[in-house]
Design a protein around this ligand. Structure first.
Ligand code: DC
Length: 226
């Protein structure tokens, strides 16, 4: 008998393949996928466009003007900001950096977490981010914590940026990765940390296929027990 739908929370450092895994698992399970990093990135893009880069706290009274949703396109799931498909604008190093900064603001987190919790009301969801298993859904039935070495993640990010036609510098990408890790794990508001009941997957040495197989097994075994 098919299991009743659950919530799968996937947390981990930037560029450790969370979204690839989360998307593939959602597809396998027939669940909805939610990329919460895209929501922080879209908020950061709004701030950038509004000229608030040097004083991000000014975003707080403007949050009410920000509408974020996800749409399905032939190219996969895209995030929209006030109705505009901004997927191609949010994946740059600059917006990633700004997203990491804006995500330290308590009001921004409260604004986005409330929307994320509403998206999970019916379960049947795979959500990835930094605080999903600890803050958004501490009651999630399955929590995964993905990790890989900073060097491996910087290399993956570097290749991704190159594939997008950018001209990154590997040292610079590694520096940004380390800085982002530090900020994500040391901020006062909902820092990235592993939930006590999370299953840790270090994928530094795994191929995508190996990871996928491993995670689908974990998911199936988990569902069989509930
Ligand atoms: O996963 P990502 O690189 O797209 O996320 C961009 C930034 O957003 C990341 O540096 C930290 C922040 N973030 C967060 O604070 N909480 C989440 N649940 C998801 C992302």
């Amino acid at each position: 008998m098919p299991h009743s739908p659950i919530i799968v929370a996937i947390d981990g450092y930037s560029s450790c393949g969370k979204s690839t895994i989360a998307k593939a698992l959602a597809k396998h399970a027939g669940y909805t996928y939610v990329d919460t990093g895209a929501m922080y990135r879209a908020t950061a893009l709004y701030a950038q466009r509004a000229g608030l880069t040097n004083d991000l706290l000014q975003i707080i009274p403007l949050l009410k003007n920000i509408q974020i949703s996800f749409i399905q396109t032939p190219d996969g799931q895209h995030v929209t900001l006030n109705g505009e498909d901004v997927e191609s604008h949010i994946r740059t190093l600059e917006v990633g950096e700004l997203a990491s900064q804006i995500s330290t603001i308590k009001e921004v987190r409260a604004f986005l977490v409330a929307q994320q919790q509403a998206m999970g009301e019916k379960k049947g969801i795979v959500m990835d981010g930094r605080d999903i298993g600890t803050v958004v859904f501490p009651q999630a039935e399955l929590k995964l914590f993905l990790t890989a070495s900073p060097e491996v993640r910087a290399k993956r990010r570097f290749l991704e940026l190159q594939a997008k036609g950018e001209n990154p510098n590997l040292e610079e990408v590694l520096r940004a990765t380390n800085e982002r890790d530090y900020r994500d794990t040391h901020r006062a508001e909902s820092p990235l940390r592993q939930a006590e009941d999370a299953i840790v997957v270090d994928n530094s040495e795994m191929t995508r296929e190996e990871q996928m197989e491993h995670i689908i097994n974990v998911f199936s075994e988990h569902c069989a027990t509930i």
